[in-house]
Ligand binder design. Structure first.
Ligand code: KDG
Ligand code: MG
Length: 397
């Protein structure tokens, strides 16, 4: 089937999302992918419409691998967040079309199910850490959660998600990695005390610490059995990850900022991490996730694909298809999907008692209501920056 058009849908049902819709010769068969990139949506849209759309029109939708390689290698300037996000939107849309033509859900194209449902974790939300400590136990009980996720920060993620107006400059979050490590340790310990020993606790340190501070925190948390510590340090220096690994025993999840399988390789092949947690949109979609997942399986590394609510239900659905069909699945982040988002994107995984399930439909199993999307126009928004209140200096996020 030939590609007849490549369109974009940019919308802000509380959070900005960019979708790519690929049309075929058959008006009934189209594919939709997620190319959302919090804080840079317009750049991805421009690349898609100006450079990728013209060269894709007329190509065969069946040849996903060839199209992936053409976009990745054919442009000479390979990789990067903007290109990989556009590539992901296209890749997902093509897999969606392949599933629709075959009349099969995506997981079936990926080899079929090895499990029936997907273990997931949810974020403990609240304005302050004190509020989160107070709420954590009832949150776990009411939702039937097996695993929860905390985040290092004071206050929590203020302004990271949800575009509440057009911004001209990022919000500033107070953060001091040198002096607030002990507060972060105490926060985790208090949550462990209120939820008990049976609940898994994930701690997202959000690339916020130096190797030395990360080691300090992780060693102190060893007796409290974290499910894993996520992104303790910035991703840029591989030797730093090696250092952290050599000095602590807690499981490590890493990689939501990686953009290719080559960036994942040292951490996986040296076993400096236990869970690889790439964001599917940043790595160019399903085609690349399968390859990273297979390398990880080879080295006894599990998957924990990134799933916050700045990826849409389409990516949550794709994560789900990968998770039910992969032997080395570890756990899935279940970002809260707001009702406004559900008005625009139909379908996606459904949460019950600590697990995610999904109805069988051909392809990815989601659709975008374009009329609803128009009601929520794009709003320029930035991910906040972190600064030390003591001297106003920028620090890692
Ligand atoms: O836009 C940034 C978010 O995607 C990020 O803060 C979410 O780290 C995150 C996570 O683990 O969900
Ligand atoms: Mg994270």
């Amino acid at each position: 089937m030939k590609i007849t058009d490549v369109r974009t849908i940019l919308t802000c049902p509380k959070q900005n999302y960019l979708f790519i819709k690929i049309m075929t010769e058959d008006p009934e068969i189209y594919g939709i992918g997620d190319a959302s990139m919090n804080g840079r949506e317009k750049a991805v849209e421009d690349l898609t419409l100006e450079y990728l759309r013209p060269m894709l029109i007329g190509m065969d939708t069946d040849r996903i691998e060839e199209i992936w390689q053409l976009i990745y290698r054919g442009t000479y300037w390979r990789g990067g967040n903007i290109m990989m996000s556009a590539l992901c939107g296209i890749d997902m849309a093509l897999w969606d079309i392949k599933g629709k033509i075959a009349g099969l859900p995506l997981y079936s194209l990926l080899g079929g199910k090895v499990r029936d449902k997907v273990l997931c974790y949810s974020h403990v939300l609240g304005k302050t850490n004190e509020e989160k400590i107070e709420k954590a136990a009832s949150f776990v009980q009411e939702k039937g959660l097996k695993v929860i996720r905390l985040r290092a920060g004071l206050p929590s993620a203020n302004g990271t998600l949800n575009a509440d107006g057009i911004q001209n400059t990022p919000k500033v979050e107070d953060w001091d990695p040198e002096f607030w490590a002990d507060d972060m340790i105490n926060y985790f310990i208090k949550i462990r005390q209120v939820v008990g020993d049976k609940v898994g606790i994930i701690y997202d340190l959000h690339e916020r610490f130096s190797p030395e501070r990360a080691i300090y925190i992780m060693r102190k948390l060893e007796p409290y059995n974290p499910f894993f510590i996520e992104d303790p340090i910035a991703p840029d220096c591989f030797e730093s990850l090696k250092t952290v690994r050599e000095h602590t025993n807690v499981p490590i999840a890493f990689g939501e900022l990686y953009k290719s399988r080559w960036e994942c390789l040292p951490g996986i092949t040296n076993r400096w991490l236990d869970f690889i947690r790439c964001d599917l949109i940043r790595i160019g979609g399903i085609t690349e996730a399968r390859k990273i997942g297979a390398i990880a399986e080879t080295y006894d590394v599990k998957t924990a694909w990134h799933g916050p609510n700045d990826v849409s239900p389409i990516t949550h659905a794709v994560n789900w298809h990968l998770n039910v069909s992969a032997y080395n699945f570890g756990i899935q982040e279940d970002g809260t999907v707001d009702d406004t988002v559900k008005e625009v994107v139909k379908g996606g995984p459904v949460y019950k008692d600590g697990y995610l399930t999904m109805e069988d439909k051909p392809g990815i199993g989601c659709d975008v209501d374009e009329e609803a999307a128009k009601k929520y126009p794009y709003k320029r928004a930035y991910i906040p920056v972190c600064k030390r209140p003591s001297d106003n200096s920028l620090c890692d996020w």
